[in-house]
Design a protein around this ligand. Structure first.
Ligand code: GLU
Length: 418
């Protein structure tokens, strides 16, 4: 797939190429690893509450399944494109390899605006989308999960729709489910917990104390809000700024995160939160903080705003928040960036734990989940850090080197079919 300018997949390819060159990757494997295995496009007719029929376009991309079943979330957003979903599926491939879990990479997306849809309409769309891709997914084939604007309730509908089609309850077809129907304890918090661990390990490496460190967070969805909560509660950091789709808030003394969570549950935004000053997204990036956590969408840190960033460390809670140009500018200035495929990998790692528990039919305590997660995240962080020291490269290139190395080794071992 050719890279076009402004293409998110193009940005992924740029990152890939830098690492593949250092690895001296042979051209054949290079071609395989830069080609999406399967891209599915479906039309999903849904009867809306007003009686009219709308047709929504959905995608599921299985980028690479060399290490195991495709794995990756489903996002609902008006700006979803096949290019974006393909890049996200590629990132899942590298993320699962960095996390050292036996999955390939996949991603799904439906072009829709769930904020303007009723619960019944979202359920109908989910069921139709899953029915359209039902032959392509399954516990051994492709295992979806939550992503932007999707949650545990939607995963319950995914599980039910698949189960109705195959004729028996199959919990391991999807992860991020409610705990009552085969979900894992700790899964909802997992990505935020991993972001906290990445911030803590980065602070140790860069040389500051995470306790009392100042943190700014862009995005207050599942990842942003739980990262903020755990960094404040468990790591003792001070969350001074949060922005979201509508506005932002700043408090030099530190925001009261439990109160902010309560506020956003009602208002659906941090905007207008009392005991804080208003803050724009552009100003969030200019703050002199220890840790900056972009936890919203792609392409937020660009060559334009990168020169204004004064954070010591950036932990990418979102997928693809930093463009390749911005990454270079920041790295050259000595900003320590923990890339998405490492920083937010604890979500999919705990999805792996959920899949294992579902297949085993035996469930772990939250303590067991969190202990295993801590071990996996520290193992991945250390592998990437050691690689970055060994090859004298930034953490993103190092993460790609680790990931490409693992997928390429297995590709060679498996050989070519036919
Ligand atoms: N959507 C999450 C991600 O981007 C989780 C994927 C999963 O658990 O499969 O990593």
């Amino acid at each position: 797939m050719a890279a076009t300018s402004g293409s998110i997949f193009g940005a992924m390819l740029q990152e890939f190429d830098g690492a593949a060159r250092i690895l001296n990757l042979e051209p054949g494997i290079w071609k395989i690893l830069t080609s999406p295995k399967r891209q599915i496009t479906v039309s999903c007719p849904v009867q809306m509450d007003n009686g009219e029929i709308e047709v929504f376009v959905g995608y599921r991309v299985q980028y690479n399944i060399t290490l195991g079943p495709a794995k990756g979330g489903i996002r609902y957003h008006p700006n979803v494109t096949l290019d974006e979903v393909t890049a996200l599926a590629a990132w899942m491939t590298w993320k699962c390899a960095v996390a050292h879990i036996p999955f390939g990479g996949g991603k799904g997306g439906v072009i829709c605006d769930p904020t303007k849809m009723s619960k019944r309409e979202i359920e109908a769309l989910t069921r139709r989308y899953i029915a359209e891709i039902v032959d392509a997914i399954g516990p051994e084939k492709d295992v979806p999960a939550p992503d932007v604007n999707t949650n545990d309730q939607i995963m319950a509908w995914v599980m039910d729709t698949y189960s109705m089609h195959v004729g028996h309850t199959t919990t391991s077809v999807v992860t991020g489910k409610p705990v009552e129907l085969g979900g894992s304890l700790g899964r909802r918090e997992a990505t935020g917990r991993g972001v906290m661990i990445a911030a803590r390990e980065s602070a140790k490496h860069v040389g500051f104390n995470i306790k009392g460190a100042t943190v700014a967070v862009q995005g207050f969805g599942n990842v942003g809000s739980i990262s903020a909560e755990l960094l404040a509660q468990e790591a003792g950091a001070k969350i001074v700024a949060v922005t979201d789709w509508k506005g932002g808030v700043y408090n030099k003394q530190g925001l009261d995160i439990p109160k902010l969570l309560q506020y956003t549950q009602q208002k659906k935004t941090v905007d207008g939160f009392p005991d804080a000053e208003p803050l724009t997204n552009a100003d969030l990036f200019k703050l002199e903080v220890d840790v900056l956590i972009p936890a919203a969408l792609e392409n937020q840190i660009t060559a334009e705003n990168a020169p204004t960033i004064r954070a010591k460390v950036i932990i990418e809670g979102a997928n693809g928040p930093t463009t390749p140009d911005a990454n270079k500018l920041l790295h050259d200035r000595g900003v320590f960036i923990v890339p998405d495929i490492l920083a937010n990998s604890s979500g999919v790692t705990t999805s792996y734990f959920e899949w294992v528990q579902d297949r085993y039919g035996y469930f772990w305590t939250e303590k067991e989940v969190n202990e295993r997660l801590e071990a996996k995240m520290c193992e991945a962080f250390s592998a990437v850090l050691q690689t970055s020291i060994k090859y004298k490269v930034d953490m993103r290139t190092a993460a790609y080197i680790v990931a490409i190395g693992r997928v390429a080794t297995v590709t060679r071992m498996r050989g070519m079919y036919a």
